[in-house]
Design a protein around this ligand. Structure first.
Ligand SMILES: [Zn+2]
Length: 312
């Protein structure tokens, strides 16, 4: 993977930093941030989408937190010493895996905290282009079908962490999987009704491979993973060519990156800018996608409205 050596050095520094802070596994410290009187086990997740899924399984029994905040760019995130101390004090760490959290991997491997990768049972799609070719596409959560497997993994992890509440975790997981099935059916109904020549999804990041597979869309993106600092001329040219060749009516970009490269595609092709999609982060509670289920519904509505919005 690109930048491995850089990331490895950063992780080593962070491990040194947490040692300097006096943090050690199982020893709640002043950095833990848990309110007095709240002695529930702490589950630390790496990003807001995963935290919301986990919270739905946990109910009131566990305290679920996200390391990265709403709106954060999660692929290239650089954890702070406080993040690392929080992880050392947690009772369980959940992460997505599939190379999403390379910034955290080395630390998690060395921390003495139970750690579960929630994507272990999904059918992985590899990235086919650029420097990431042949590596797993990390955005498995963008498929509600995959999210059901995430829920199963989380129910198992929570039941091991807190066996007394295992029945509640199982019931919460069943309820949430039912909600995911409803969203999946609605997504399929909405997106499969698009005319054949309007079933191309063009985005900034290649985050929709799993969703596109599930609902029969053709995916094209400028860059495969948001760790890129800016689009290359070749990436822009490839996207422009695809939009022209397929007469794509609308293109999209994600909430955590600049849409300027996609605006270049808009100017060059006359396609509409169809709107902002949410992938790597939820919004604030008062925003358009405060929950993961809202995120899925918002993206489906935005895609359908963009691709059927009349003449370009
Ligand atoms: Zn992403």
């Amino acid at each position: 993977m690109p930048k491995d050596s850089c990331r490895g050095s950063a992780a080593a520094l962070l491990i040194a930093a947490v040692a300097a802070l006096g943090g050690c596994a199982g020893t709640p410290g002043p950095e833990a941030g848990q309110p007095a009187g709240d002695d529930r086990p702490v589950v630390l997740t790496t990003f807001t989408v995963l935290a919301d899924i986990a919270q739905n399984v946990a109910g009131e029994h566990l305290r679920v937190e996200s390391i990265t905040k709403v709106g954060a760019e999660i692929h290239g995130y650089e954890p702070t010493p406080r993040d690392v101390a929080r992880a050392a004090d947690a009772d369980l760490i959940l992460d997505n895996g599939l190379n999403l959290e390379l910034w955290f991997e080395q630390f998690v491997d060395s921390a003495d905290v139970p750690h579960v990768v929630v994507s272990d049972d999904i059918d992985v799609i590899d990235i086919s282009e650029d420097a990431y070719a042949g590596t797993p596409n990390p955005h498995a959560w963008m498929s509600p079908v995959n999210a059901q497997a995430y829920v199963t993994a989380i129910v198992d992890a929570f039941s091991e962490l807190d066996p007394a509440n295992a029945d509640d975790f199982a019931a919460n997981g069943d309820d949430y999987r039912t909600e995911l099935e409803v969203v999946q059916t609605d997504l399929e109904t909405a997106l499969r009704t698009l005319p054949e020549n309007q079933r191309a999804l063009v985005t900034c990041e290649g985050a929709f491979s799993y969703l596109a597979r599930d609902v029969g869309l053709t995916e094209q993106y400028i860059w495969p993973v948001n760790a890129e600092q800016q689009a290359t001329p070749q990436q822009i040219a490839r996207t422009i060519e695809f939009v022209r060749d397929n007469d794509v009516p609308a293109v999209f970009c994600e909430s955590t990156v600049s849409d300027k490269p996609m605006q270049q595609v808009v100017e060059a092709t006359g396609a509409r800018f169809g709107g902002t999609l949410f992938v790597d982060s939820l919004s604030e509670p008062g925003g358009p996608v405060p929950t993961y289920l809202d995120l899925l519904r918002h993206d489906a509505d935005t895609i359908v409205a963009g691709l059927t919005g009349g003449e370009k």
